[in-house]
Design a protein. Structure first.
Length: 208
């Protein structure tokens, strides 16, 4: 499976707290943002650099800066919103699009309801964000929408993934790299990740 598990100790420590049923909404939200920032550090590790000349307080020198790579962050509504601030804190120039996809509770199939991208989305490298990669249906639908807009270089960032979801994304979009903090055991009969962390959206927004 094409998936990269980011096993940094800080990420794994914070993920353990997030999984705990006793972690409240405020702490869950703060930890999710912190993990997103740490994961963004890893997912941007290979961004290209170029050298420029700068003036320090002592002398001139050659220094490295990002080579003008255009990035966009696309959270899948609604749970993906919980990770956006963490990513944009470390990549403040990134544009933000939004994709609205929900999973039908009966069929577990994705239903698209919203799509808004930067006008130059086709020229940007994309980071799709969703805390949970469960069945993979919503993520595949979101990536389909993004590719229809012309974007080609797409990465997926999720907090927790199920093997079933990873396989679906790999099958439908083998060019999309998946970055996650954990690949869990499986999905249960209701399409929830086991052991997982429950419904990420409900825990972020305190709606359950």
């Amino acid at each position: 499976m094409q998936v990269r598990v980011i096993d940094h100790p800080l990420i794994q420590h914070k993920l353990s707290i997030i999984r705990d049923v006793n972690t409240g909404t405020k702490e869950f939200r703060e930890l999710l943002e912190e993990i997103a920032m740490l994961m963004a550090y890893e997912i941007t590790r290979n961004l290209p650099l170029e050298e420029i000349e700068i003036q320090t307080p002592v002398t001139t020198c050659r220094a490295k800066v990002l080579s003008g790579k255009k990035l966009a962050v696309v959270p899948i509504l609604r749970a993906g919103l919980g990770m956006v601030n963490g990513v944009t804190r470390i990549i403040p120039a990134a544009r933000v699009g939004h994709v609205g996809v929900y999973r039908d509770p009966e069929t577990l199939n994705p239903v698209e309801y919203y799509c808004k991208f930067p006008t130059d989305i086709a020229e940007r490298d994309i980071i799709v964000i969703d805390p949970m990669l469960a069945t993979g249906g919503s993520v595949v639908a979101a990536i389909d929408m993004i590719k229809r807009s012309g974007a080609k270089n797409i990465k997926l960032m999720c907090l927790v993934a199920a093997p079933e979801g990873v396989r679906v994304v790999n099958d439908r979009h083998p060019d999309v790299e998946i970055y996650t903090a954990a690949v869990d055991e499986r999905l249960n009969d209701h399409g929830y990740i086991v052991p997982g962390l429950g419904d990420a959206g409900d825990r972020i927004f305190g709606t359950k």
